[in-house]
Design a protein around this ligand. Sequence first.
Ligand SMILES: C[S@@+](CC[C@H](N)C(=O)[O-])C[C@H]1O[C@@H](n2cnc3c(N)ncnc32)[C@H](O)[C@@H]1O
Length: 276
Amino acid sequence: MTSEAEQIKQRTRDIFDLVASGYDNPAQRFFPFCADRMIQLINLQPGEKVLDIATGTGMAAIAAAQRVIPDGRVHGIDLSENMLAKAKFNCDKHALDNVDLHLMDAEQLIFRSNYFDVITCGFGLFFLPDMTAALQQWLRVLKPGGRLIFTSFTQNAFMPYAQQFRQGIEQLGVVLPTNTAWQRLVETATCQQLVTSAGFVDVQSQVAQMGYHLASENDWWELISNSGFRRFLDMLNTEQQLQFREQHLAEIAQQKGKDGLWLDVEVIFTQARKAN
Ligand SMILES: C[S@@+](CC[C@H](N)C(=O)[O-])C[C@H]1O[C@@H](n2cnc3c(N)ncnc32)[C@H](O)[C@@H]1O
């Protein structure tokens, strides 16, 4: 692995270790909503073996585990120890005994070939430095005929607030990277080309609006403080953060309607299969 790839992973690990305790907050309920939809779409059967890559706090792993009982098993992997600790807590809360959690890099799977019936990955693929190489590994561990489903955001997700967030930070003199991780998979064509180039077949994507209303600008703050946005927030020093919070939330509050703040969460669900 190149040192640049290692740096990206370290940064990702640090951010998710930091946000793990607040990740399962109601403002971010699109994560469990999307996990549930992903599990519905992939049509799990009792007894199947599932690998949930970048499992985070385990939402998809838990939904999958409930579907594959009594004999099926789910393995959830993640790079962040703190996210996995939350996943363990959530599995225990649901009294599940068919989920195994592992600290493991999605680009270096330590599973035997042709083992899993299904791979799921919610909002994790775009973090990987070499997405094609990762998908080739995922293909290796799937059984012939095994299914893959993953999610990514479209360009519309979190707009216009995400743009206002970026502009607000840059107005304080901090230059943000032009392309953030999730912008790598905002087009269905890109998602499909990627999995096809890695060797999957029967590739299809569908776009769904998974958004809802946030009660107030404070919910938006919860979201940016407890998700991947946090990386950019932390580029400001303490004084700048206070200033930014006041200005940004005033701007967001102006957009509130009678139902609150509409949170656009347009999501691509991409599915594919390993050839028989
Ligand atoms: C946005 S969260 C999504 C978590 C969960 N799948 C969900 O939908 O709520 C992204 C997750 O990807 C994990 N991740 C990022 N890069 C990874 C890698 N190389 N290997 C394993 N996990 C990774 C992060 O630690 C984080 O938990």
